[in-house]
Design a protein around this ligand. Structure first.
Ligand SMILES: *Cc1c(COP(=O)(O)O)cnc(C)c1O
Length: 363
């Protein structure tokens, strides 16, 4: 990075994870450790719970796992599916859930939409009426395509089937876009630390409804390391079953203050503002990849119709102090992605877009 051209003190991450972490949150990682069975730990952990519940908008437990989000996607289906799972697939992360079911010998079907489309309630309702399923998986914000599916409407459909649990990956939306766990009746809602929550990678937070807990108690497949029943037992005593990443919990303590200090509504508005800025910029110069009306507020997936060399672009951006992301999975070369989530501020995004214009001689 060249300090003569950059207002930033390090290379800013406009990628969909890991994202920027505030200096004070990073500093917390260096604190001396404490044992995870003592009173100090319980005090720390107990302080996190009500604030995590506020972020998830739930009165149910919000548990913390030292693991990346994929591990808890796996745990969720192991703890929730007794009969058969329906996986709603409209991109790479949604498909991951189906692959996880197969890898765990969990009976599963997939209901597909083209990449770039959102999941739609209509076909879902038709499928659920068959009476085959006891769980549905959904990715709220599909990070591979930049599509946000209408979670509230989809949850409304699933709620009409009392036997069916709704498992939702909000990994790249929670903390940046509205997720109402209780009002929308989401049974398991999970989010990784390294996306819109603005924490380093390494933790996954997940809520557990009463129904999900009762179901888990009857699931023989729930495994050992991420047994939700055991997690819940420990959680009631402000503990976790196995050694947690204590340093990341210090960081979470501060990050939650930042999130709730800003206020969820203000945070959603900031993400919306950045998304609108980025979408306008992309529409003028490229094209948006997502179906109109379902664009994500936390990242923008751009159709690379100019054939821009994203590796070369990133080399130039890095000199100035920023980095963006290529496409993901089967649309890797057709698209690129600009994430604007967590700690990124509107002025920083405008700086980035200005640099891209300058490098590509656009605008
Ligand atoms: C990043 C991401 C994941 C995977 O998270 P890991 O922490 O890498 O396991 C899952 N789902 C979505 C929507 C994501 O954006």
């Amino acid at each position: 990075m060249d300090p003569t051209v950059s207002p930033f003190d390090h290379v800013r991450l406009f990628i969909p994870g890991p994202t920027e972490v505030a200096p004070e949150v990073r500093t917390a990682l260096a604190r001396p450790l404490i044992g995870h069975r003592g009173e100090d730990f319980k005090t720390l952990f107990g302080r996190l719970t009500p604030r995590l519940q506020a972020v998830f908008r739930t009165r149910s437990p919000v548990l913390t796992a030292t693991a990346s989000a994929t591990a808890i996607m796996e745990a969720a289906v192991r703890n929730a599916v007794r009969k058969r799972c329906l996986c709603l697939v409209n991109g790479a992360f949604a498909e991951r859930w189906y692959q996880i079911c197969l890898a765990n010998d969990i009976p599963a079907d997939r209901l597909d939409w083209e990449w770039g489309q959102s999941v739609k309630p209509g076909p879902l309702e038709d499928r659920l009426k068959l009476g085959l399923y006891d769980a549905v998986t959904l990715v709220h914000n599909e990070t591979s395509t930049g599509v946000a599916s209408p979670l509230e409407e989809i949850a409304g459909v699933v709620a009409c089937f009392p036997e069916i649990l709704l498992l939702v990956d909000t990994v790249s939306s929670l903390g940046g876009a509205r997720v109402e766990v209780d009002d929308w009746r989401i049974d398991v809602c999970l989010a990784g630390s390294q996306k819109a929550l603005g924490l380093p990678p390494g933790l996954t937070f997940f809520s557990l409804s009463d129904r999900a807990l009762e179901r888990a108690k009857t699931c023989s497949r729930r495994g050992y390391a991420f047994d939700f029943v055991q997690y819940h037992d420990f959680w009631q005593r402000s503990l976790v079953p196995t050694t947690p990443a204590v340093s990341l919990l210090y960081a979470t303590d501060l990050a939650l203050d930042r999130i709730l200090g800003e206020g969820l509504e203000a945070r959603f508005a900031r993400h919306r503002e950045m998304a609108e800025t980025c979408r306008r910029w992309a529409q003028d110069r490229f094209e948006l990849f997502p179906e109109t009306g379902y664009e994500s507020d936390t990242l923008t997936a751009v159709r690379n119709r100019r054939g821009v060399d994203v590796v070369g672009l990133n080399r130039e951006l890095k000199r100035r102090g920023a980095v963006i992301s290529p496409g993901y999975g089967k649309i890797q070369s057709e698209t690129f992605r600009i994430a604007h989530m967590g700690e990124i501020q509107p002025a920083e995004l405008r700086q980035l877009l200005g640099w891209i214009d300058e490098i590509l001689k656009l605008g």
